[in-house]
Design a protein around this ligand. Structure first.
Ligand code: ATP
Length: 509
């Protein structure tokens, strides 16, 4: 198989999968309005599109989780009706989602073998024999944890490798990866890319779904672009470039935000953090945040930045150190106290944190405000007419793709749900706002819009902290940057010192 691909080149190998004219609507809302996709054996194919463009819906169709209204899927030229996930899996299709399916408490090997028939000896599962069979595959994908180790507490990168191993044990011909690098560090991502290249060379097809265009440009032999439920372009590697991709995704050019780095009035202090520590992740951190300032915190995944945010937000208690907020001693015992004082946090795990999925977009946008208005945790009914103007504005500004303000938030695409959590805090205008990875999983158009809103809020006097693992994001957005490494602030960058390279260099200090 490998030789055939090498000789023919991926472009000429016969299609492994074709999906043609797939339509799907939910009660009159069109999620897919006729999309097509062709995947060749051994190809790494990118699937890109703005939040809500229909990528996840197509994947669910391929996985047998959602039945299309019309259209057809062919595998090796043969028409298939994918009615169950089991059927999709039997055809060699495997799906790795951002929220990885794991059973904590089970071993790496048990998780790899989940749902598969297991060989037995004398009526007992032969785990030793299974381990012997799986070990070479685990080694090939670079799993470092022992097969008998518990999966609980393993890093995100290791979990991805376990999922890839699971797919290979199932003799996958196609592996669909949804935002694979979202929770990985740069080094871990590099390792994953090498594995993807290896998979491709051995004839496994990879469908790579991501908003990170640099990764798409680097890895993919071809890319399909979805826009508003339609497939609008299929581009071969030879014709791929960033500008073309962006143009196809948004249906026009995107304005790049360039802002003057301002010198912030240093006398108006909003928040100070002095010698804050919490073992094992935050070590003796001190910083000062000024009114009207956008302070970036750079560093690698795991550098302790989210943990620092949790301490400031009262979600965790420090072992040592003090804080002031608006000139007064600040020692929140809970997020509720922090919010009352005027602090906001857009957390990293947005989908899990704080969206009431069965409630409307409007309700969720206003959630932080409700909590402030009522002492009771039972949120009262508020007439939708009252909340409409501001929430509507945010829906417009962030281009939240929602059928109406009353649509349950659980029915929005993942990226649009994230925009709602961010929008909620933009509406609420706290004095200090911390945004942890604000544009992860968010499409390129909305990313610019979120940056523009953050700048506008700072200009109104809000003090903002932005945590980002993408070294390209902070220089565009921030007036000042501190870089954390292994729990400590290792570098402060101001003015002309703020460059991508300086952040990367300090991240590995
Ligand atoms: P993202 O990049 O944000 O993950 P996506 O391209 O994967 O976006 P989908 O999740 O496929 O987008 O959503 C496509 C459209 O279908 C969205 O407008 C979404 O609101 C709508 N949709 C998806 N599931 C449902 C549902 N169960 N009920 C109603 N509408 C839905």
């Amino acid at each position: 198989m490998f030789d055939e691909i090498q000789q023919a080149g991926v472009g000429q190998t016969p299609p492994f999968l074709t999906a043609s004219s797939i339509h799907k609507s939910y009660g009159g809302v069109h999620a897919l309005k006729g999309v097509s996709l062709t995947l060749r054996a051994g190809e790494v194919h990118g699937l890109v599109g703005a939040n809500g463009a229909g990528k996840s819906t197509l994947i669910k169709v391929l996985a047998g989780l959602v039945q299309p209204d019309s259209g057809e899927v062919r595998i090796d030229g043969k028409r298939q009706s994918l009615v169950t996930p089991h059927h999709a899996s039997a055809l060699g299709m495997n799906f790795i989602h951002q929220e990885l399916a794991f059973i904590p408490g089970m071993t790496v090997l048990e998780n790899i073998m989940l749902g598969l028939p297991k060989k037995s000896r004398f009526g007992v599962v032969d785990w030793k024999g299974i381990a012997r069979d799986v070990a070479p595959i685990a080694e090939r994908v670079g799993i470092t944890a022992p097969l008998h180790a518990n999966v609980k507490g393993l890093p995100a990168a290791e979990n991805w490798l376990i999922n890839i191993c699971r797919a290979l044990v199932r003799k996958a011909r196609l592996i669909v990866m949804d935002e694979p690098t979202a929770a990985l560090s740069a080094t871990e991502s590099e390792k994953l890319f090498t594995i993807i290249e290896d998979l491709s060379q051995s004839g496994v097809t990879v469908l790579y779904v991501s908003h990170r265009l640099d990764e798409i440009l680097r890895l993919c032999h071809g890319v399909t672009v979805f826009r508003d439920g339609s497939s609008v372009a299929t581009i071969d590697k030879a014709d791929l470039n960033r500008e073309r991709l962006i143009e196809e995704i948004v249906g026009g050019a995107v304005e790049h935000l360039v802002h003057e780095k301002r010198i912030i009035e240093r006398d108006e202090v909003a928040l100070t953090v002095s010698h804050l520590s919490r073992a094992p992740r935050v070590k003796d951190v001190s910083l000062t945040l000024h009114r009207g300032e956008v302070l970036g915190i750079g560093g690698l995944v795991g550098a302790g930045r989210s943990e620092l945010a949790h301490l400031i937000y009262g979600a965790d208690r420090p072992d040592a150190g003090t804080m002031t907020f608006d000139g007064k001693v600040f020692s929140p015992r809970s997020p509720v106290q922090a919010v009352k004082a005027g602090l906001g946090l857009v957390p990293e795990e947005r989908r899990a944190d704080g969206l009431v999925l069965h409630k409307s977009v409007g309700f969720n946008l206003q959630l932080a405000n409700f909590r402030e208005l009522v002492a009771s945790p039972i949120i009262p009914f508020v007439k939708s007419r009252k909340r409409q103007p501001t929430a509507q504005q945010i829906i417009q500004d962030l281009a939240i793709k929602s059928h109406s303000i009353e649509m349950p938030v659980g029915r929005l695409s993942g990226g649009n749900q994230q925009k709602v959590v961010i929008g909620r805090w933009l509406l609420r205008m706290p004095k200090v706002l911390i945004l942890d990875e604000p544009t992860r999983g968010v499409d390129i158009g909305a990313r610019g819009e979120i940056h523009r809103l953050i700048r506008a809020l700072a200009e109104k006097g809000m003090a903002v902290i932005v945590i980002s693992s993408e070294p390209d994001e902070l220089p565009d957005l921030c007036d000042r940057i501190v870089v954390m490494c292994e729990g400590r602030i290792v570098r402060e960058l101001v003015g002309a010192e703020i460059t991508r390279n300086a952040i990367v260099e300090a991240s590995y200090a």
